[in-house]
Write a new protein. Structure first.
Ligand SMILES: [Fe+2]
Length: 582
């Protein structure tokens, strides 16, 4: 039985295909159309999923869409009556979603009337929870989803056992941890969709001087089943204007409307514009923002653990990408095991909706655990070779050598150990926003100047944003103060103080690293590269950043070659081919 999951008409549009309960392929539309956070209908992602599974449209039994316009109708009517613009926006969304069948048929030039698949609507946060639990290794777990907003809710929690999830409660618009974080992110002068990461990096440079005041911006709410929070709405405008999201680039790029009110400036001083320098006040505000998020998020998790008595928890939604907060779960809550799948944000809804149908609606037993993130496109030796030839890479002064398994990791490790920057492109592309060793740029973590070199030559990111370490999983406890697996870079742990000066490049200013733990089972070739680096240097860690340059992560060999030539990387490994300077 084949289930196609589609996240459409929403940021991070994506598709996933689940065949007899096994995930076969999953990918974000941005990897194909090259528009970051692309919204719209994921036509190219759907085509890729079906092709990879060897299916045509008529083989699809179920189509799962993670949106239920009928959820929370009473709250929606309440706000629609007060805000005509909001009502118009809702009506547009409804029209789009009723057209999913037609849009899907159009991708394959088919007649929508001839589609045999059954269409299902799965509420946004139920799809988030399903995306985490049903692919987790846990038989039983507590669940928490927290994000900006989806189907008019921002937060949902519950429990799950076997193939059933049980929802305990949810928090509806306008109260939202995601909106809280985005609003302060905007106020600090980072207006773009997805900029919250930058502010999380900024937070480590400040002190939470404003934490007492931030407790007025997000308050605990004893009424929401004892586990909720409320926003201090004076600081926000979204409850008056509607959760405004517009779309640029022909409807492909999400643009978040202004979320914070003048009250923010009255209390904390003028809002920063993107061009203004970052002052200590801004660092302290970012630190206070993060500190209050942690108090509320970890507080909710503590209560969830106390109520359920469970030791494992599955997290999803944009807030679950807060790796700094996730890293603190082990010390501040009774949870001992935490699972966050790599596409914890809205792309992940595609697999969540599909698995919700498979287990919750069809009652099928569990048979799948997501042990790696490599569910995207891959390219054959011939395709890679053709791309290299077409690019005429030799004319740019590079040599191309085809290497065997042992030579490729050994030589790549030697290049990194010399302080050079290496593009590393292998196998299937990662699912989710992190490069995890198949579309990565890797470098020497031991060099204090490596962060600055990478930024100057390739990434051009703000200097306060950290780079991440990839570590051999078996060495985690030796280098970090926690050793709970972090295969998808969704946790930040403290680097052991005595090790910090050995890996200065991926150690953040607060002594933490947003690590990827790499096992030989999940990614043998990447594991061998790090192992070879350890043999050469004694350090079982490489610095890993995504293979891109202000664009979505590269998907095809052609894009990797373009990025390689455009930036100033020193060498590139494309599958078995090593491209280096003569
Ligand atoms: Fe979401």
């Amino acid at each position: 039985m084949n289930i196609l999951g589609i996240n459409a008409y929403h940021g991070n549009s994506a598709a996933a295909i689940v065949c007899d309960g096994k995930l076969v392929a999953a990918v974000e539309e941005e990897r194909f159309n090259r528009v970051k956070y692309a919204a719209g209908f994921p036509a190219l992602a759907i085509q890729y999923c079906l092709k990879t599974a060897g299916l045509t449209l008529k083989d699809i039994d179920h189509v799962a869409v993670p949106r239920n316009p009928y959820a929370r109708l009473a709250t929606k009517f309440f706000y629609a009556a007060r805000m005509p613009s909001f009502a118009r926006e809702r009506a547009k969304v409804l029209v789009k979603f009723t057209g999913v069948r037609e849009a899907l048929a159009a991708v394959f030039d088919s007649d929508p009337a001839k589609l045999v698949a059954t269409f299902h609507r799965v509420e946004h946060h139920k799809a988030h929870l399903a995306s985490a639990f049903f692919v987790s290794p846990f038989e039983r777990a507590a669940l928490l989803s927290a994000d900006g907003l989806g189907d008019f809710a921002s937060t949902m929690w519950g429990t799950a056992a076997g193939n059933r999830m049980k929802i305990a409660d949810a928090i509806a618009f306008p109260h939202s941890l995601g909106i809280y974080y985005s609003a302060v992110t905007q106020y600090l002068g980072f207006p773009k969709f997805g900029d919250e990461y930058k502010v999380m990096g900024l937070a480590a440079y400040g002190e939470p001087e404003y934490l007492p005041a931030f407790r007025d911006i997000v308050k605990f709410d004893p009424h929401a089943n004892g586990n909720g929070f409320r926003l201090g709405l004076d600081y926000f405008i979204h409850h008056r204007t509607g959760p405004e999201m517009t779309w640029a680039d022909a409807g492909k790029t999400p643009v978040q409307g202004k979320l914070y009110s003048d009250e923010m400036s009255k209390r904390f001083g003028p809002a920063r514009t993107p061009a203004e320098p970052i002052e200590q006040r801004h660092y302290n505000l970012a630190s206070s923002l993060q500190a209050r998020l942690e108090e509320v998020y970890l507080g909710m998790l503590k209560k969830l653990a106390a109520r359920t008595g469970l030791k494992a928890v599955c997290l999803a939604g944009g807030v679950a990408f807060n790796c700094v907060a996730n890293g603190k779960i082990f010390d501040t809550t009774p949870f001992e095991q935490v699972f966050v799948q790599p596409a914890a944000g809205d792309a992940g809804l595609a697999i969540g909706a599909a698995y919700h149908v498979w287990h919750q609606k069809l009652g099928k037993p569990r048979s799948f655990v997501m042990e790696h993130s490599y569910w995207g496109p891959e390219f054959s030796r011939e395709e890679t070779h053709r791309a290299i030839d077409a690019n005429d890479i030799r004319r740019h002064g590079f040599t191309v050598e085809e290497c065997d398994e042992d030579a490729i990791s050994r030589r790549a490790a030697a290049i990194i150990a010399e302080g050079k920057i290496l593009g590393w492109f292998q196998g299937r592309a990662e699912w989710g926003p992190r490069a995890l060793g198949n579309r990565s740029i890797v470098a020497d973590p031991r060099r204090p100047d490596m962060k600055e070199i990478l930024n100057r030559r390739i990434k051009r990111r703000e200097i306060f944003r950290p780079f991440a370490p990839s570590i051999l999983a078996e060495s985690t406890g030796e280098w970090f103060e926690k050793s709970h697996p972090s295969p998808f870079m969704t946790f930040a742990y403290s680097v052991r103080p005595e090790k910090r000066n050995q890996i200065p490049a991926p150690t953040h200013v607060d002594g933490t690293g947003r690590l990827q733990t790499v096992t030989c089972e999940a990614n043998p070739r990447y594991w061998r590269l790090i192992k070879a680096f350890e043999q050469a240097t004694g350090v079982p860690i490489v610095l890993n950043t995504s293979f891109n340059d202000n664009e979505p992560i590269v998907c095809r060999p052609e894009e990797a070659l373009d990025c390689f030539l455009r930036t100033q990387m020193d060498a590139l490994v494309l599958g078995d081919f090593l491209i280096s300077k003569q």
